[in-house]
Design a protein around this ligand. Structure first.
Ligand code: NAP
Length: 280
């Protein structure tokens, strides 16, 4: 049996259309402040894509491109100004930053109500405690794909490979919040394959090209591939898709799976932040 393909492109298009309708219903369009520090080419591409989609959906693009040699204090002031500016709905500090800057205290300056990346300590704490808040975009996108595919999470064995603050940890929390039984694996996990083979839902977010092979997947499992690698042979994920496709029940492709969801969820978070600001 060949796995059903979970279509992230179609899902992201639906989310964008819904966000566009939500934006049109607001009196004032939300404003997204993306902060790009320096000239890292990959970051520049990501930010350009976020800005393009933001304006396409009717939001205001409040982008700032800051010099690579900006100081920690100066950047703190930029974020503090955005934090108190009522025309700014969401603040996104594009990572990684130049080496002389310490990201943690900068991220901490973003108020949780404007934390559209969901990466501040307050947002992480709210997620862990099951309180309302803005959730990190990539794991939120995975949850959206699972819900859209009609995957039953309650009581399911979910295994997350990876424990980063960006993906693995919030992913595990989001699955737990939906009553899955969650195991988080990492670089020191013993017998990884033994554990992943028990997963009804397997989320691969280790950052190692095609590390999840057919021996690591239970027949019929839902396999979500968060990994994204640009190899000489083309794009691939953390899952060896060709080898796993006849074993899994459903699988996300790379590209076209989780990737398109990340920006869609950023836009949804920005709309959500605007709605919350309007309500308060
Ligand atoms: P990361 O910060 O490098 O974290 C990788 C995690 O994987 C760490 O927790 C690490 O464990 C674990 N790990 C490493 N080797 C392992 C192994 N052999 N077995 C089990 N676990 C292992 O990466 P990330 O930011 O979470 O991203 C993960 C992947 O997702 C990357 O390929 C990235 O490009 C991709 N990504 C895609 C999107 C998207 O929009 N599609 C967004 C974000 C990330 P330790 O904690 O023990 O080191």
């Amino acid at each position: 049996m060949t796995a059903d393909i979970i279509d992230g492109k179609a899902a992201a298009a639906e989310v964008r259309a819904e966000v566009e309708r939500g934006v049109a219903a607001l009196d004032t369009p939300p404003g997204l402040a993306t902060l790009l520090v320096g000239d890292d080419p990959a970051s520049a591409i990501y930010v350009a894509s976020k800005r393009k989609q933001c304006t396409r959906l009717g939001m205001r693009d409040l982008h700032q491109h800051l010099p690579a040699d900006i100081g920690q204090d100066e950047l703190t002031t930029v974020i503090d100004d955005l934090a108190t500016d009522p025309t700014v709905t969401g603040i996104l500090l594009q990572l990684p930053l130049p080496r002389h800057l310490d990201p943690a205290p900068l991220i901490a300056r973003i108020p949780p109500t404007k934390d559209v990346d969901g990466l501040t300590e307050l947002s992480a704490g709210r997620l862990t405690l099951g309180r309302p808040g803005l959730r990190p975009c990539t794991p939120a996108g995975v949850m959206h794909l699972l819900a859209r595919a009609g995957v039953k999470l309650e009581g399911a064995n979910a295994v997350v490979v990876g424990r980063s603050a960006l993906v693995g940890k919030p992913q595990a929390q989001l699955l737990l919040a939906e009553n899955a039984t969650v195991t988080t694996c990492h670089s020191r996990t013993r017998d990884l394959t033994e554990i992943t083979r028990r997963a009804d839902i397997l989320v691969a977010a280790a950052g190692i090209p095609r590390m999840i092979g057919p021996d690591a997947v239970k027949p019929g499992a839902i396999v979500i591939d968060v990994g994204m690698h640009r190899l000489e042979t083309g794009l691939c994920g953390d899952v060896d898709t060709d080898a796993v496709i006849d074993i899994a029940g459903m699988i996300t492709p790379v590209p076209g799976g989780v990737g398109p969801m990340t920006i869609a969820m950023l836009l949804q978070n920005t709309l959500h932040a605007a709605e919350l600001a309007t309500a308060s």
